[in-house]
Design a binder for this molecule. Structure first.
Ligand code: ADP
Ligand code: MG
Length: 739
């Protein structure tokens, strides 16, 4: 993963921005349950009367209440209120809101900040409670005592109180407060709100309007927060997918670039199918996990922790229910991880395998049909397919089982909270709204754990993918350019010299070439002949450095080919591989592949030499005739001729033909060789073949057998000196044609 993290660097800004948005989203989401609990408790249960300083107070009741304040509190409270009467300006407006104004003066709360209101409320609570309790006792002593408003001695009117000294009045207020607080903190709040509510009614305020306004106001805030949260979610999603897609693009690019630099040794190590899976499916896995990481990695823990803190703020007594649920959830996630990880690992390998079989099947479809092996191939595919299906099903089952388990825990949690909370509400130690908020927080906590568990499901798979990608990125190609490359003299001669060259394939058990030494001179044709498997292709593949030799030296113009950049080296070589490849495009695009700047004249001349002119011109499309992928829509011989033309168009001093005339009929072969002879001039030509007729006129013939040179010389010399050559020659030519 570490290596992949590097790819996040260019996008740090975007990621941080997304995280900031997530932070905002979490806070908005966590605000909602609080507001909901306000709607339930204050809006519905208390008719919209907030536990805050009362907004209106009749002069009479304010007087009674003030009996329980010391001078300091009294002047503070009166500082916050304005006394209105029928002579005040705007009387007409006020009387609408506070009809009591018609007969009595009314104190109206000034415009205060929320905090000041709450502070004021704290200071007023005891007095409000006391004056309310005494009102109740005066109104209906029996009922008041039944409801707990007992101050221990008989009161029949306010006169009994006003005559008492302040110290006694304070004691009375203290006593009433204590008897309520003994019942629980939330009781005081509820009774105070009831008292304020009673006062509002006596002032004549429109209680329906008050309630409606409160609910609408809080509801509007909830709506606003939800909208903001949605906006955050959308932007986070946008940035997360941007970052993920861009990082995936960068990784894919690097993998592709790396693979381009691979020599045949590295290609032998990874199968083509595996390289394809690694740069597609594995990168996609990574992309997915980056997306989720950005969206969840900050969100889930913030939500979980924030939820826990706020839930405990609402109802501390129920912490153990949440703790229990969280413990079970963690256990569940751990088990999933332990069971899932190995399976996810094997999944990517199985996808490799499936790709391999499918690729082989598709590219070999002709052979498969010719040998009626469809059934066999189907079975092979079926097996790979089934294996993958099994693992996929298994992992899906884990996920499928996980979900209902999570739901079970969630519902269990709900029942537990409602059960315990229900009792607390019955005991009046908790309010309904708080329970609802607690429930919502609990759900948010569980959801955050769910998200984390989703992470644990996709992380293993992605970490497998990351490892596989890293493997490719960390593979250092064996064949590298020298640090201080030498350059060829201009123009290069193309003199090739093998000195004691031995070579073994990376996975080979023995050397494919043993102590090869020879010189191929400019202006001459050097032919390599030998049975299949004798090492001819191996030998010529060493010249463009497709593989590096195990010992000895290969020199071109006296410079070791390992001292030259691969680019420079390969520029000097026109190479026609044994296994030709044409690319999808047109004939012309394939020609220009070797030399972008080739002019029409050059193209014409090389196709003439390669004997391709006739078949190109026989088609009405000529040079723009389409070539399909791999050159599958031209015949083997046509493909060979186009490949030869492509090599010639490079105009390089060295030409290598690896069995390039095998698909040509003898007549074309002869014509091509004649034309080539005229064209090559000073070029060094290496021709690999099994046909004696092709090599007869070469200046030098090298006979290979089991990776060793068993003969070197001209046709006539070899006929006399080399037994192997003679055998090959006799098997191919009539005796009289040999001399
Ligand atoms: P020729 O071209 O003369 O028919 P090659 O040069 O293709 O023969 O092969 C020479 C030997 O090297 C053969 O025995 C073959 O099995 C082996 N060989 C060829 N390619 C590889 C490879 N990529 N890895 C291992 N061994 C190889
Ligand atoms: Mg070969």
């Amino acid at each position: 993963m570490v290596r992949i993290v590097k790819y996040a660097k260019p996008y740090v800004g975007m990621i941080l921005f997304a995280i900031a948005l997530l932070f905002a989203q979490v806070n908005l989401d966590l605000l909602l349950p609080d507001y909901m609990s306000n709607i339930v408790d204050t809006g519905i249960q208390h008719g919209g009367v907030e536990s805050s300083a009362p907004i209106a107070y009749s002069q009479e009741q304010m007087f009674y209440t003030s009996l329980f304040w010391d001078n300091e509190t009294e002047s503070m409270v009166f500082g916050y209120y304005t006394l209105l009467d029928n002579s005040s300006e705007n009387y007409d407006e006020y009387v609408n809101d506070y009809p009591l104004l018609e007969n009595q003066s009314v104190y109206v709360l000034n415009n205060l900040r929320r905090k000041d209101k709450t502070d004021l409320y704290q200071n007023m609570t005891k007095a409000i409670l006391a004056s309310f309790a005494i009102n109740q006792i005066i109104l209906n002593p029996e009922m008041a005592i039944e409801r707990g408003f007992d101050i221990g001695f008989n009161i029949t009117s306010w006169d009994n109180i006003t005559t008492l000294p302040l110290s006694v009045r304070s004691m009375i207020a203290e006593g009433i407060y204590d008897s309520f607080s003994a019942l629980g903190e939330s009781w005081i709040d509820q009774i105070t709100v009831t008292a304020i509510r009673a006062e509002y009614i006596s002032v004549g305020m429109d209680m329906d309007k008050l309630q409606r306004n409160y609910i609408l106001r809080v509801g509007a805030f909830m709506l606003l927060f939800t909208l903001l949260s949605v906006v955050c979610t959308i932007f986070v999603g946008y940035f997360a997918s941007q970052v993920a897609a861009r990082m995936a693009r960068d990784v894919r690019y690097d993998v592709f670039e790396k693979v381009e630099g691979f020599s045949s040794t590295e290609f032998d190590k990874y199968s083509t199918a595996s390289l394809i899976t690694r740069s597609t499916n594995d990168v996609t896995q990574l992309q997915m996990v980056i997306f989720f990481l950005i969206r969840l990695v900050a969100f889930a823990p913030l939500m979980g922790i924030g939820g826990i803190i706020r839930a405990l703020g609402k109802a501390q007594s129920m912490w153990w229910i949440i703790a229990l649920a969280v413990l079970i959830l963690i256990g569940l996630v751990m088990i999933t991880f332990a069971v899932g990880y190995p399976k996810f690992k094997s999944m990517q390998i199985l996808i490799d395998r499936l790709n391999l079989v499918a690729r082989e099947h598709l590219s070999g479809i002709m052979v498969i049909r010719a040998f009626n092996r469809q059934k066999f191939e189907e079975k092979r595919f079926d097996k790979a397919n089934l294996d993958l299906t099994k693992v996929t099903l298994f992992t899906n089952r884990i996920i499928v089982i996980l979900m209902p388990m999570m739901m079970l825990i969630m519902n269990g949690l709900t029942i537990g909270i409602i059960w315990v909370g229900g009792h607390e509400i019955a005991d009046a130690t908790m309010q309904v709204g708080d329970l609802m908020a607690f429930l919502t927080y609990a759900m948010q906590i569980v959801m955050s754990f769910l998200m984390i568990s989703v992470m644990f499901i996709i992380l293993p798979r992605a970490s497998v993918s990351a490892t596989r990608i890293r493997e490719v990125l960390n593979t250092e190609p064996i064949i590298n350019d020298p640090i201080k490359p030498k350059t060829f003299s201009k123009p290069p001669q193309g003199l090739i010299e093998f000195r004691n060259v031995s070579f073994r394939y990376p996975k080979g058990e023995e050397d494919a070439l043993h102590s090869i030494s020879f010189t191929a001179k400019p202006g001459e044709t050097t032919a390599l002949i030998g049975a299949t498997g004798s090492g001819k292709s191996t030998l010529v593949n060493l010249i463009p450095r497709f593989y590096d030799i195990s010992s000895g030296e290969i020199l071109i113009d006296g410079i070791d080919i390992r001292d030259i950049t691969q680019d420079d080296l390969r520029k000097q070589i026109g190479y026609v591989p044994q296994k030709n490849t044409l690319f999808s495009g047109t004939i012309e695009s394939n020609m220009r592949y070797a030399n972008e700047n080739a002019d029409q004249e050059l193209i014409q001349s090389v196709i003439e030499i390669a004997q391709a002119k006739q078949f190109i011109e026989s088609s009405s499309e000529g040079f723009s005739r389409a070539i399909s992928q791999g050159g599958s829509n031209v015949s083997g011989g046509q493909k060979q001729r186009l490949s030869i033309a492509r090599a010639l168009i490079r105009q390089s001093p060295i030409l290598i033909f690896d069995d390039s005339f095998s698909a040509l009929d003898f007549k074309t072969d002869a014509a091509l060789r004649r034309a080539l002879k005229k064209y090559i001039g000073d070029c060094t030509v290496l021709i690999v073949t099994q046909r004696v007729s092709t090599v007869m006129y070469a200046e030098q013939i090298i006979v290979l057998e089991e990776g060793k040179i068993v003969g070197k010389g001209t046709h006539n010399e070899l006929l006399k000196t080399c037994e192997t050559y003679r055998e090959i020659a006799f098997s191919q030519l009539k005796e009289d044609a040999l001399s």
